[in-house]
Design a protein around this ligand. Structure first.
Ligand code: TXA
Ligand code: MG
Length: 326
């Protein structure tokens, strides 16, 4: 895949590619996405093929804002309130599909709900504004791999896929969007992500319900084996042995590891979130038998970081789970 810096010209070229039914990788504030025209099932199929993702795993549709979202879904007052508070930004809302919704069924995996997000990243917004299309975009990684936070990650991950990769440096947040369903009886957290749960609960003035793992609305991204480097992870490590790599956090770091990456020497959870996936990829290449991971505080973005680390540490998924991972 050719990497091009996201100049206005490159964005225009990417827009033309989307319009003729090709796929384009582009930066968002969360992670890099692999996008297709959400109205064109054949274009969307190229995304699934590139990711080698099971068809039944639904994609997030990217739009400029609530007005565009209303073409495809029927947001209620709660949805409007959350969109007003957090869009554009790292929140995906699962809403009931509008009757006659023109989004390809392949995008929503045949569900009568649809996940919508208005991204904040200037390149994603320029692409949406120029194309005047809803863009279905999962993270631009192969199924079951960590999400890419740089154009170089995308190029390595999807090296044999013919698509432009728009480059605008590292994704500033580095974690996928938080997914909340409003198509359920109570607002329900389907996936922890870059928008902390507490921020959403403050706007809602209520706690988010937690999706049961076996509920039909459960986000496939919630399944245990979702994020998996090849090297085994050892979580909660307070010491390290010489054949291990170390994913560190905070100022006090054991010295013995083969390779060490500190997510945030100052203990800043936002910085840690932004560096997490890149660091996992790098340590995965270190040749270590295991990646030891120091404890990360479980508040704010720490909750989402620990969720991803937990999933990344599941080396033997239960039967059937790997087929759902993305
Ligand atoms: O930050 C992000 O959300 C990135 C960037 C590119 O926007 N996208 C991303 O997409 O992470 P993806 O496809 O890797 O994850 C989408 C998540 C999955 O967990 C999927 O199951 C869930 O959203 N999802 C999509 N549509 C849904 C629906 N109708 N009901 C329930 N979950 C849905
Ligand atoms: Mg993904």
């Amino acid at each position: 895949m050719p990497v091009v810096f996201a100049t206005p010209n490159a964005i225009r070229e990417a827009t033309r590619a989307l319009r003729r039914g090709d796929i384009v990788a582009f930066p968002t504030e969360t992670v890099y996405g692999l996008g297709a025209n959400a109205l064109d099932a054949r274009a969307v199929a190229k995304v699934f093929a590139a990711k080698e993702r099971p068809r039944f795993n639904p994609l997030i549709v990217h739009v400029l804002g609530i007005a565009e979202a209303e073409s495809y879904a029927t947001p209620d007052a709660t949805a409007r309130g959350l969109a007003e508070a957090f869009w554009p930004g790292p929140l995906s809302l699962v809403l009931n599909k509008r009757p006659g919704c023109e989004i390809a069924d392949l995008v929503t995996a045949g569900l009568d709900t649809i996940a919508l997000r208005a991204p904040a990243h200037p390149v994603a917004r320029a692409l949406l504004a120029e194309a005047q299309l809803p863009i279905a975009a999962p993270s631009a990684n192969r199924s079951g791999r960590v999400s890419p936070t740089t154009a170089a990650h995308v190029a390595t991950e999807l090296d044999d896929v013919p698509a432009i990769i728009l480059d605008r440096g590292p994704s500033p947040l580095g974690l996928e969007s938080t997914v909340v369903s409003l198509a359920t009886k109570a607002p329900t957290l389907l996936r922890l992500g870059a928008l902390p749960r507490e921020a959403i609960e403050t706007v809602l003035s209520q706690k988010l319900a937690q999706a049961k793992p076996d509920a039909p609305v459960a986000s496939p991204g919630q399944l245990a084996a979702h994020y998996a480097p090849d090297t085994k992870l050892r979580l909660g490590a307070t010491s390290v042995s010489p054949n291990e790599a170390l994913l560190a956090f905070g100022p006090r770091v054991p010295k013995e590891a083969i390779a060490t990456i500190n997510l945030s020497p100052s203990g800043d959870l936002n910085e840690a979130a932004a560096r997490l996936f890149g660091a996992l990829r790098e340590l995965d290449q270190s040749g270590a038998a295991t990646i030891a991971v120091m404890p990360i505080p479980n508040h704010g973005l720490g909750e989402a970081i620990n969720d991803r680390l937990q999933r990344a540490s599941c080396s033997t998924p239960a039967v059937g789970v790997s087929a759902h991972s993305e």
